[in-house]
Design a protein around this ligand. Structure first.
Ligand code: MRU
Length: 344
């Protein structure tokens, strides 16, 4: 599989996730405004991938900015990228990281500053892959052998710089010799499970079955599911997890049926400034995503719609949060800050 996102001499190249799996095509963003648009329109999506795109967008913006007005322009570029999607904290984490580096470069020439920002964006990309591989190593041991893993949305290579968080755990478990297969929830309304998770797992030859979201309870009750592994967009200090809408229902059904429910996410997805998940901003998306399926209306005209893109799973349903520094377990208000301050 070609990389999800890449820094190239022509600009930031991304696989167009709105066209998968029908078509494997690539978009080249030549300005930071094009990167912002790609995030907003979900050409690129998934919390860590959005973070990498934002870092590259900051570098791209700096390359084309007026060197006489760099301070102002960096502020504008950061604010524009930050206004794309509200829930995944990795977006804000990456923008802050680039702005902090910029602030530390005061006194250097515009050329030196630009070069340093480009290097940093590439570093964010490389680190993300290494982080996902580490998440995979920590998570692989938790996956029961000989069973099915259920996942929701796409927390794979397509949602990150590569390898994936939840799908990284699955890849690592298989690499460790475990005989597992995957059930992918289709993930209405945007169908990240059907379109993206199934596509990327099939590319790797990982045995995968697509189920509709409302089948999850049936299979969780059947005894076939060894564990659930999902990604996250933002995790509060108490362990409450914001992830793709529908995750909460899966978590409750997992607990009801005694199936472990794991969240795989990098430390950059933690938002320790928030006490609970109630404070996480939830993106509201267009009604047409619910009333239509690929442009075909499935509801009466003028149907009133609610379309929250994410929900919050209370920490009591979360068996463990798998990070690159190890697995956090309850009480999360102790284990998460401890992992966040751990070196490495
Ligand atoms: O709206 P999306 O597709 O950006 O939502 C993605 C998810 O909810 C993922 O599960 C989450 O970002 C983790 S990706 C490793």
């Amino acid at each position: 599989m070609a990389p999800t996102i890449q820094w190239t001499p022509d600009g930031v190249v991304m696989i167009d996730q709105t066209r998968l799996p029908r078509e494997e095509s690539y978009v080249t963003c030549r300005t930071y405004l094009e990167v912002a648009d790609a995030i907003k329109t979900m050409v690129i999506r998934g919390a860590p991938a959005i973070g990498v795109a934002a870092a590259m967008g900051m570098a791209l913006g700096a390359l084309h900015a007026d060197p006489e007005r760099l301070d102002e322009e960096i502020e504008t570029i950061g604010a524009t990228l930050a206004a794309t999607r509200p829930t995944a904290v990795n977006l804000f984490w990456a923008i802050d990281r680039m702005k902090r580096l910029y602030a530390s470069l005061r006194g250097q020439t515009a050329g030196q500053i630009r070069a340093a920002l480009v290097r940093e964006a590439q570093q964010v990309y490389l680190e993300d892959i290494a982080i996902n591989e580490a998440i995979g190593r920590h998570g692989a041991a938790l996956v029961p052998d000989g069973k099915t893993v259920l996942t929701h949305c796409n927390a794979g290579a397509l949602a990150t710089a590569g390898y994936g968080t939840a799908l990284g755990v699955i890849r690592a478990a298989i690499a460790a010799g475990k005989k597992i297969d995957v059930f992918a929830d289709e993930t209405r309304p945007f169908l990240q499970g059907a379109r993206l998770t199934v596509w990327e797992l099939m590319q790797d030859g990982i045995p995968t079955k697509l189920i509709t979201d409302n089948m999850a309870g049936h299979f969780l009750r059947s005894g076939r599911i060894g564990c659930v592994v999902v990604g996250a967009d933002r995790i509060a200090r108490n362990g409450d997890v914001a992830n793709k809408v529908g995750t909460y229902s899966v978590a409750v059904l997992a607990k009801e049926n005694g199936v472990p429910f794991y969240v795989a996410a990098p430390i950059s997805t933690l938002d320790l400034t928030l006490d609970t998940g109630d404070q996480i901003p939830i993106e509201q998306r267009p009604a047409s995503e619910v009333t239509e399926v690929f442009g075909v209306r499935v509801a009466p005209e003028n149907t009133q719609v609610e379309n929250p893109a994410f929900d919050v799973t209370p920490a009591r349903y979360v068996t463990g949060i798998i990070t690159e520094r190890g697995v956090a377990r309850a009480p999360f208000e102790e284990s998460l800050p401890a992992l966040a301050t751990l070196k490495g």
